[in-house]
Design a protein around this ligand. Structure first.
Ligand SMILES: Cc1cc2nc3c(=O)[nH]c(=O)nc-3n(C[C@H](O)[C@H](O)[C@H](O)COP(=O)(O)O)c2cc1C
Length: 315
């Protein structure tokens, strides 16, 4: 397989496991994806420096020379510290999402570590390329978590592919190998998947979080308002219903976001659900979660998807 960015590293399949805050994608999941030949990603958002260092070290041990990245949301106040910690720990790539940082590209260049940027339009992809992104992730409206667009992945992908020369990774709503074949047909150089990997043995969220995913019906996938200032895709629960009615929970503010509406604490809400306190939290998930019916080991998930890459795989 030709391998443009990760030259000497063990990338078998251009599958990136999307970063999932808060502590949904940690070392056990990222390490398993990397050791199975994909790119494993730790979500740093919501973590402190020492915790992130420990997670990276542990993921690298599990990864057996596979590729480990770190995702940081631009919206968090400690964005620069988390990115710099990941670079010091010599991860293989850093991905920035939920906002646009120009500075990250010079930090990446200095550390000689590739920076991937999540974008939702050709215009933003061009800007990312100009500043020095090694690749862009074209994330459409089917994605889980904070959304940068209301346009589906299949619509933004050709636009973004046509706007830049760097590799373009498709993300949002991809759950099967036929979804991957479709995205590669539209010009994707690789894909990013998150929701599918929550329903893996290695993802260390509470069992009730996984059950909430398994029990979700198509009509249960909703858009919620996040204090970050972006809409978020999640699974309906008592918390999302209360938000809809304008009944906002009490918050203890940790001043964690650069800009926050202070309606509730999104990091606390994500942490609550991850720990199993589903009805006191936000359960972020992609649009197509209802199509996934079983919890599998990461190795098996990747094996089932790998057939889609028979022809080309180049990031
Ligand atoms: C639980 C959850 C948490 C997420 N957290 C983040 C995050 O911290 N940073 C980020 O850039 N994207 C985040 N995302 C988006 C994913 O990384 C990914 O791009 C997107 O969900 C892809 O769509 P899919 O879930 O349908 O595969 C999150 C998604 C989920 C489901």
């Amino acid at each position: 397989m030709s391998n443009r960015i990760f030259k000497n590293l063990n990338l078998k399949y251009p599958i990136i496991q999307g970063g999932m805050a808060v502590r949904v994608s940690t070392a056990p999941l990222a390490g398993a994806v990397a050791s199975a030949g994909g790119v494993g990603v730790i979500a740093a958002t919501g973590m402190g420096i020492e915790e992130l260092r420990r997670e990276i070290k542990e993921a690298k041990k599990i990864a057996m020379n596979g590729i480990i990245g770190v995702n940081v949301m631009y919206a968090v106040r400690n964005f620069s510290v988390l990115v710099k910690t990941a670079l010091q720990e010599k991860v293989d790539l850093v991905i920035s999402g939920a906002g646009f940082s120009r500075d990250i590209f010079s930090w990446g260049k200095e550390a000689e570590i590739p920076i991937f940027t999540i974008v939702s339009s050709g215009r933003l992809a061009k800007i990312a390329e100009k500043y020095g992104a090694s690749a862009v992730i074209a994330e459409g409206s089917e994605a889980g978590g904070h959304l940068g667009t209301d346009r589906p992945t299949a619509e933004i992908l050709p636009e973004i592919k046509g706007a830049v020369k760097i590799p373009v990774i498709a993300a949002g709503g991809i759950t099967t190998s036929s979804d991957i074949v479709k995205m590669m047909g539209l010009g994707a150089d690789g894909i990013q998947m998150a929701t599918r990997f929550v329903l893996s043995k290695e993802c260390s969220v509470a069992e009730s979080f996984k059950n909430h995913y398994l029990n979700a019906r198509e009509e249960d996938i909703v858009i919620i308002k996040s204090p970050v200032g972006l809409p978020g895709r999640a699974i309906r629960n008592n918390f999302s219903e209360a938000l809809n009615r304008g009944e906002l929970p009490d918050i203890t503010c940790n001043n964690c976001l650069k800009a926050c509406s202070h309606e509730y604490c999104i990091l606390e809400a994500l942490e609550n659900s991850r720990l199993g306190n589903i009805d006191r939290g936000v359960v972020f998930s992609g649009q197509n979660v209802y199509k996934i019916k079983e919890i599998l080991p990461v190795k098996k998930i990747i094996h089932e998807l790998s057939g889609a890459f028979a022809e080309k795989a180049t990031i």
